[in-house]
Design a protein around this ligand. Structure first.
Ligand code: 5AD
Ligand code: SF4
Length: 483
């Protein structure tokens, strides 16, 4: 939803890369800019301010941004007033390089400084206009100059400002940040460097934001944190845990679904398991990245658990909440990973029977322990083969789970049009993507019953039922309608 802009409002275009936290940050940036009177440009080429909210987690994510910045440099040659901003993890990680080698970048803002991004954009815009007025137009891309506004390391955190809940992409769904940063020692990961130390918001701040979102029509909230189930460990003496937070939020009457991502296996506490088992609004999936099924690799990654411990936690969870489905992330080709290590990862995937896994080829991130101390010794071709094999195994498991749903009625929160013409899609409480035939925009944001007719690898297809039809056949608490 947009706030009404003044007639001569400058325009912006924002592209978001990376994780869900980045998406939420992008919403925050948009909300600040709109409150300041900016409005979204119909396309990037028409925008006065072009912002890239970037990700450093793998080289590939960064390469996309570098190539985009190359193109923006050309554009800036003829449009000196244009503001180019690099935000997020790459801003933090590459601030020096950006300043020294990319003079056309006007604005470099790290992920912990989005709270007053509108001020920074304004400063950059003014500086640019002054520059444009006093300088000859650049004849080559090498003469292009930028405003050089840099806010990294600290700044006003987006979590510290009161969010304008009206600015959000979905009517009924919203992300809520519960903590920033990460204190875990995983050797491969750049996130603790780019996002800094863990800082949790208080339960009062989070519940207030959630309540305001629900008052404005939200019914599904996804809590975000890099290690969301470690929530609150920096808030000493406040008894702030994810389990308690879930219980508090669960009491908001208008809220119907409550999810949280991403969890770390070491913090899957008995309390959290109880909360997931007892609270019917809590989403029926748990994203619990295992990363590898080999104890040797897990140790090298400094993940802090063994395969046996991971499995024991999962068993404890499923003993109390058997309808929960597990999702995971895996890295293949970590330095030193042997065929046997990889075979153990495949075995873990089969053993747990994940409903969904993301598989990534190891990408050395400069500055991380793994990149500095170990050689990236698994050949690219081997990484690729392992990647494909693991995806194929996961695909089999996902299809089997989806097949088991054929004939059942599931409750779908409708998100919008699906890619196939004439179809819409949404998700179940298990986060399963469901497509059904309809073009009724009125359904967006509503919970509807769908009878599953067909299972695919990453989704199911079904028939939309009249609301009354959804009442029968509710046998599996797994995905079915709330009473
Ligand atoms: N290379 C490959 N994958 C990585 N991830 C994090 N760092 C790297 C890296 N250097 C993956 C992990 C994490 C997910 C968000 O990205 O699996 O859970
Ligand atoms: Fe990418 Fe990680 Fe930063 Fe998210 S926190 S944007 S995944 S590097």
């Amino acid at each position: 939803m947009l706030l009404r802009p003044p007639m001569t409002a400058p325009t912006y275009h924002l592209t978001s890369y990376g994780c869900q936290m980045n998406k939420l940050d992008s919403e925050l940036v948009e909300s600040r800019l709109q409150q300041r009177g900016y409005r979204p440009a119909p396309q990037e080429g028409a925008a006065d301010v072009v912002l890239l909210n970037t990700c450093s987690v793998r080289q590939h994510a960064e390469d996309r941004v570098w190539s985009k910045l190359g193109k923006l440099r050309q554009r800036k040659r003829t449009e000196p007033g244009l503001v180019v901003g690099v935000l997020g993890c790459m801003a933090q990680e590459h601030k020096r390089y950006l300043l020294a080698r990319m003079p056309h970048v006007d604005l470099v803002v790290g992920p912990s400084a989005f709270g007053d991004i509108d001020d920074q954009v304004e400063v950059a815009r003014k500086k640019n206009l002054e520059l444009a007025a006093t300088r000859e137009p650049a004849k080559t891309k090498h003469q292009v100059a930028g405003a050089g506004v840099v806010v990294v390391d600290q700044g006003v955190s987006g979590d510290r400002i009161v969010r304008d809940v009206r600015v959000r992409p979905h009517r009924s769904q919203a992300f809520v940040s519960v903590m920033r940063g990460c204190n875990m020692p995983c050797t491969y990961c750049i996130v603790p460097t780019t996002r800094g130390d863990e800082v949790s918001r208080t339960i009062a701040e989070i519940t207030d934001e959630a309540q305001r979102l629900c008052d404005d029509g939200v019914t599904e909230i996804t809590l975000l944190g890099q290690t969301v189930n470690a929530y609150g460990r920096d808030l000493t003496g406040q008894d702030a845990t994810l389990a308690r937070l879930l219980r508090e939020l669960h009491a908001i009457p208008a809220l119907r679904r409550l999810a949280f991502i991403t969890s770390h296996p070491n913090f899957l506490s008995a309390d959290l398991i109880d909360a997931m088992a007892e609270l019917p609004k809590v989403a029926r999936y748990l994203h619990l990245p295992a990363q590898s099924g080999s104890n040797t690799v897990l140790k090298a990654m400094r993940r802090g658990y063994t395969v046996e411990r991971y499995l024991a936690r999962v068993e404890q969870l499923l003993a109390k909440a058997p309808d929960i489905e597990l999702h995971s992330d895996f890295i293949v080709g970590y330095p030193g990973e042997t065929d046997d290590d990889f075979a153990q990862t495949v075995a873990l995937v089969r053993r747990v029977g994940f409903a969904q896994s993301y598989v990534f080829k190891y990408s050395p991130r400069p500055g991380t322990v793994a990149a500095e101390q170990l050689s990236d010794d698994v050949p690219e071709a081997v990484k690729e083969t392992r990647n494909q094999e693991l995806l194929a195994v996961q695909g089999e498991l996902s299809v089997a789970k989806n097949r088991a749903l054929v004939g059942q009625i599931v409750e779908v929160l409708v998100e919008g049009d699906s890619k196939v013409d004439g179809r819409m899609s949404g998700r179940t409480a298990h986060h399963r993507l469901v497509h059904f035939t309809s073009t009724d925009a009125e359904l967006i944001g509503r919970y509807v019953p769908v009878r599953v007719t067909q299972a695919l690898a990453h989704s199911v297809v079904g028939d939309l039922l009249a609301d009354s039809e959804g009442q029968e056949g509710a046998h599996d608490r797994a995905e079915v309608l709330h009473p």
